[in-house]
Design a protein around this ligand. Sequence first.
Ligand code: GLP
Length: 266
Amino acid sequence: MEVVILASYDEVSRAAAREVARVLSTKPNAVLGLATGSTPLGLYRELVRMHRDEGLDFSQVTTFNLDEYVGLPPNHPQSYHVFMHEHLFQHVNVAAQNIFIPSGAPANISAYCAWYERQIQERGGIDLQILGIGADGHVAFNEPGSSLASRTRIKTLARQTIEDNARFFERREDVPAYAITMGVGTILEARELLLCANGRNKARAVALAIEGPVTAMVTASALQMHRQAKVLLDQEAAGELKMREHFDWIEECRAGALGAQLGTEQ
Ligand code: GLP
């Protein structure tokens, strides 16, 4: 795992956008896995800017979102469908037929989840999966206790997650208790993972995910099992890392003679 600690949230966002642009420069028809939440907002802003000012082209790209609340129609202001259209899709040139976001209201949930998994396979698998992290260490909506081999399915949200996400809803009671989410196993099959985190409220989850044991209690810790995982942190999110000096040292070495040969696979 490569851990990069940057000066600010803006730097995290710009570095994440450069990773997306790198993937698209070698594979214009890449499959991107996308996340929601406040963390990737800066990344999406930067991708929109790069599309506008630098011609970053999404015309051949396919996207798969990690998750969606169950029970929210796609036009609900707090649905992840609306979020993605507002913050990314309406500003860039991803073809509508190449956008996949889990439905929040499928007739048959398990058949739908199997279909979503099949779409990922049929499109060749995810090249780069963007991830945030919940305060309880979850990725997507894989709450503590989720199997590290899990696939796309319906999950009950943890109370803490409902509290955390209540800020986006008018009332706490409006936050759905269930979501359809890619599983940890689904996420681990992406060729590259990029987890971004900022702010002090993520510091504990980040430290547990990077330095703690691999455990279903902190599903982001599964990234330790992936060969190409990169974590971008601002200073606050890195605040509880015990190995901070080590991670800074590794990044310094990247500027040295063999730096270009140091991949994320370490
Ligand atoms: C939700 C999403 C996650 C996201 C997390 C953190 O639970 N399902 O994908 O990483 O929130 O959100 P934020 O970036 O707003 O802190």
